[in-house]
Ligand binder design. Sequence first.
Ligand code: LLP
Length: 384
Amino acid sequence: MKFPTEQLNKLRTPFYYYDEEVLQQTLATIQEEMANYPAYEVHYAVKANANDRILRRICQAGLGADCVSGGEVKAALKAGFPADKIVFAGVGKADWEIELGLENDIFCFNVESVPELEVINQLAEAKGKIARVAFRINPDVGAHTHVHITTGLAENKFGISMRDMEYVIRLAQNMQHVRFIGLHFHIGSQILEMDDFTALSLRINELQDRLEASGIMVDNINVGGGLGIDYQCPELHPVPDFKSYFQTYATHLRLRPGQKLHFELGRAVVGQCGALISRVLYVKQGTDKQFAIIDAGMTDLIRPALYQAHHAIRNLTSDEPAQTYDVVGPICESSDVFDKQIALPATHRGDLLALLSAGAYGEIMASRYNCRELPQAHFSSDQI
Ligand code: LLP
């Protein structure tokens, strides 16, 4: 990611800064890979970043959209995603959200429970429609990631258990206003070990064999998202390893003829193109450490406080010899800490810091706690 420091220095902080070249490179890499796999379709997980300009770029690159709320479905439609490329997931879809999906004829509802299936069938009947549904099956596959973002284990709230798979499919097949079109899975987020995706593929093979034996054909397999990014050295790896990721599925997942394989990637698409830019307010000497107190807080980027996530921090305006700092925000919470005991060039009031790899689950998770303003967004192609 490149930073036009002089221009950025004129802007009111904190704000998100997006390097459109990095986004473009990432999308181009996905498109190149897709050319090798005609049965694959990538949907962008809108939850990672729903900034309208970002959504439009992604839509122009030909990706579909994976939504988890009515608000996200609206944002995707507004940005131009065709309804037949929108999938809609979530354990708790409200009636109005289901109706919105039905009215727009979205491609598929990823259904997570029998009561939800029944409500979709009723609401579709009232509208004289047939809803396409896929069942989210909980594959009981662990992922090597943070406990808050693993979702595929037996005890998670997500999905339908493998044991009930045939039962729910038969149920759907006997309903008049839903059409069963596929299986959906998702094992977690920020996954860097390809073995985890191999384990999911093998589990899907098992389930498909089981279904085939009972005469059930599946048109679509959706493996969710989860491909991680390099938070440690983002400058070395601005574009995630999509090649190995798609290759892993190509090697291990046995697709049936005519079957489509869908992906729902969020973080890997937008994570590295965004940074949170913040100004140093004070450098405070503690008893045995020094704090760089910055004007961005956990309200702007909650990942460190919520998941103990690491975001590399760079001082854009100082190149003096390094010193050690705890970088903290202004919010009245002791978890409002971005990093501890890190080396930064000697840092002074007024310096600009960049918190890298903040394009995913950054801006979109911002809150107004402490009555703060939401952070603005600026783009590399803006005239600043
Ligand atoms: N599909 C489903 C069903 C999901 O639940 C998620 C993410 C995705 C796709 C996209 O996953 P990705 O490719 O971005 O890993 N706020 C957390 C991440 C929560 C992820 C929730 N589900 C964070 O900041 O790390």
